[in-house]
Design a protein around this ligand. Structure first.
Ligand SMILES: Cc1ncc(COP(=O)(O)O)c(C=O)c1O
Length: 301
């Protein structure tokens, strides 16, 4: 198990992976992705956001790959990694479980598996405060009949990559994928919410989405702000008449959508999206007493 690396500001991690690595060929890996912050009031402390949920999801992803890696073990390695690396800026951690054995033939048995983490400094990923443009992808979100969508399985991301590049080539920032039922699923690495008549709507966890941790955070935050949240299937055409749309994920946080295909999303003052954005910033900066259990402090000294 290689749970360390000392490089936060470059992708040039010290660990080398062989060209015959199984996961490289067959996508037999599972990833995590979590954010951390340096405590503004105490720079010798880092704060990891919803560490327990991220570790649990990664441990579940590992179970799909028949790799026994308990969440508390991932948590301990992650904390140790942050302590060793002493980040000085907002950062993102990428823990990765994968078939590290060399050889051909896709399978999950009789193959060596391993785990590593790398980290990078990460600010805003969509530097477009007024919103991003989205295309409805011609690629479909996979079905749970094809692969376990509750895990972040590395091979699954080919669909995201196809959709993202298709959208980019057509001049859009991001893609929205429909599921096999033709209902809205999610973006290439983010969940989706829409506002209609003061209520928040998002596809349920039976709609072939990833069970996003930011999605969960938003549902809790909205509830506490008195905003009703409804989980139900969403039609593509509903997005065209939504009052607000935003995407959410660990890297992007909350990304407002300003255009979907050739339909503009209204720009409203004092929007639900901006309320949730402000709330999330306050929470991650440790300014919100109600959410201290979402923050995991790590002493860097
Ligand atoms: C396919 C997909 N959907 C949704 C999300 C959002 O999940 P989270 O909020 O847990 O980062 C991600 C990001 O990891 C993702 O890769």
């Amino acid at each position: 198990m290689s749970g360390e690396n000392r490089c936060f500001d470059t992708y040039e991690v010290g660990l080398k992976i062989g060209i015959a690595t199984h996961a490289l060929h067959y996508g037999t890996g599972a990833l995590g992705g979590l954010r951390g912050y340096v405590d503004e009031t105490n720079p010798s402390q880092a704060i990891l956001f919803r560490l327990d949920r991220h570790c649990q999801r990664l441990s579940n992803s590992a179970r799909y790959l028949h790799y026994d890696l308990p969440a508390d073990k991932i948590q301990a390695i992650t904390i140790e990694f942050v302590k060793q690396n002493k980040p000085t800026k907002p950062f993102y951690l990428r823990p990765f479980i994968y078939s590290s054995g060399l050889g051909i033939a896709p399978r999950l048995h009789d193959i060596v598996q391993d785990f590593f983490i790398y980290g990078m400094s990460l600010g805003e990923t969509f530097a477009k405060p007024n919103g991003i443009s989205c295309r409805i992808s011609s690629w479909q979100r996979q079905s749970d009949l094809s692969l376990p969508l509750r895990g972040k399985i590395s091979g699954a991301y080919i669909t995201s990559a196809l959709a993202k590049t298709e959208a980019y080539a057509a001049g859009f920032d991001e893609a929205i994928l429909l599921n096999s039922q033709g209902k809205v699923a999610e973006a290439t690495g983010m969940n989706i919410f829409m506002v209609r008549q003061g209520k928040l709507f998002t596809p349920g966890t039976d709609q072939d989405i990833l069970e996003g941790i930011t999605r969960d955070s938003i549902m809790v935050m909205a509830g506490k702000l008195g905003i009703e949240v409804v989980e139900r299937p969403i039609d593509k055409s509903e997005l065209f008449i939504a009052d607000e749309i935003f995407l959410c994920g660990t890297a992007a946080k909350i990304a407002p959508v300003s255009r979907i295909e050739n339909y503009l999303v209204p720009q409203v003052a004092d929007s639900i999206t901006s309320k949730l954005q402000q709330e999330l910033v306050a929470i991650t900066q440790g300014q919100h007493p109600d959410y201290q259990d979402w923050l995991n402090p790590v002493d860097l000294q």
